[in-house]
Design a binder for this molecule. Structure first.
Ligand SMILES: [Fe+2]
Length: 368
């Protein structure tokens, strides 16, 4: 039977001043709220101030945990959960990009589950998680609409995904004004991450008519914004389009998951400190070219929505957008290849990927 399904239980609300407009919805999350964010970005973009004002007007108490670093660690989320319990918070508001939003999910879950580190990635969280509101301040992760939290896993020397329906936020509030001070480089890298979610999602075994329709729309919106990405100058309308495309792409992977590009990209991030979206962008073109050789019709549709003729054009486009490239030794390429080839995520894809394919894609991404 060709069973198809779609599930994504997050209420998504978009628009200018959406945080203050939804103050009554925020009030319904309880008296004491843990605010999870990084050290700077939420303050610079004004989102934290808006949330604190709403909490004050509602008579709610905000407890600030602003210690989330890029690629959050397991220690970081256990510390956040310790504070959530100590302060007896009723809910969590995440403000930021993928790192604060993913950390917030792990914190919201750990606040309700006394879980050993060995069980953190099990996906079995008997007491669920504290209710969450997510406010994205980048245009890539889509974490506000996914059931995933990706953490740095020192033991496995990679990034590892927690996955459970308990990790879906209850509410996502999207306001493009929080993107206006985001550096162009961050806009580009996170937008490329969202593009990777759409394309990888379409090339997984779980892709279906529902996820395809969202992926096509997100890819078209990326393509429409390409002139702004290439000139590194964004209007409010560009930022709003990218923010919504990012949520759409998140809705795709909420059901399909990601595959080869993300699996390979985690090695670049873990070992080379390369930004997540940049890492994916270094690999996405080669992956789509490989996919086009195996699935010409399906990739033809993707390329059509990019307003391109061939996957090679995406490779050239990404080379123009992503100016940094890692230097890799043969030993590093071999090690990363072994690590990626052994990942279960590879099985999630529709594209057959051999160890030689992986090695070649890493080599193509490297400085030469
Ligand atoms: Fe991603």
């Amino acid at each position: 039977m060709n069973m198809q399904q779609y599930f994504m239980p997050v209420r998504v609300m978009c628009g200018e001043r959406i945080v203050s407009d939804q103050s009554r919805a925020v009030a319904s999350f309880g008296k004491r709220i843990l605010l999870v964010t990084g050290r700077n970005s939420a303050k610079i973009c004004g989102a934290l101030q808006d949330v604190e004002q709403v909490l004050k007007n509602n008579g709610q108490i905000g407890v600030l945990f602003d210690q989330v670093m890029s690629n959050p660690t397991i220690d970081c989320v256990y510390e956040g959960a310790r504070i959530a319990r100590q302060e007896q918070v009723d809910a969590v508001i995440a403000i930021g990009g993928g790192s604060p939003m993913d950390a917030a999910k792990a914190i919201a879950m750990l606040a309700k589950n006394d879980l050993a580190r060995a069980d953190l990635f099990s996906g079995h969280y008997p007491n669920g998680a504290l209710p969450m509101i997510h406010i994205p301040t980048t245009v890539g992760t889509g974490s506000e609409v996914t059931p995933y939290a990706i953490l740095t896993n020192e033991e496995q020397q990679t990034k590892t995904s927690m996955s459970s329906p308990d990790l879906f936020p209850k509410l996502a509030l999207l306001d493009a004004k929080y993107l206006e001070k985001l550096p162009a480089r961050s806009v580009i890298y996170t937008a490329v991450d969202a593009l990777s979610h759409s394309i990888e999602g379409m090339l997984t075994k779980k892709a279906n008519v529902f996820t395809d329709s969202m992926a096509y729309q997100a890819i078209s919106m990326f393509s429409e914004t390409l002139p702004a990405l290439e000139t590194r100058s964004f209007s409010y309308a560009d930022l709003e389009r990218l923010l919504r495309a990012s949520a759409l792409a998140g809705m795709v992977i909420a059901n399909t998951g990601t595959s080869v590009v993300h699996t390979m990209g985690y090695s670049f991030t873990y070992f080379k400190g390369i930004d997540h979206g940049c890492a994916n962008g270094l690999l996405l073109g080669s992956f789509l070219e490989l996919a086009q050789r195996q699935l010409p019709e399906r990739v033809g549709e993707i390329v059509h929505h990019l307003r391109m003729q061939h996957a090679k054009e995406l490779t050239a486009c990404l080379r123009g957008l992503i100016l940094e490239r890692p230097s890799l030794t043969e030993e590093e390429i071999d090690f990363y290849t072994r690590q990626a080839a052994s990942s279960k995520k590879i099985q999630n894809g529709l594209v057959a990927v051999s160890a030689d394919d992986i090695r070649r894609m890493f080599a193509d991404a490297a400085e030469r």
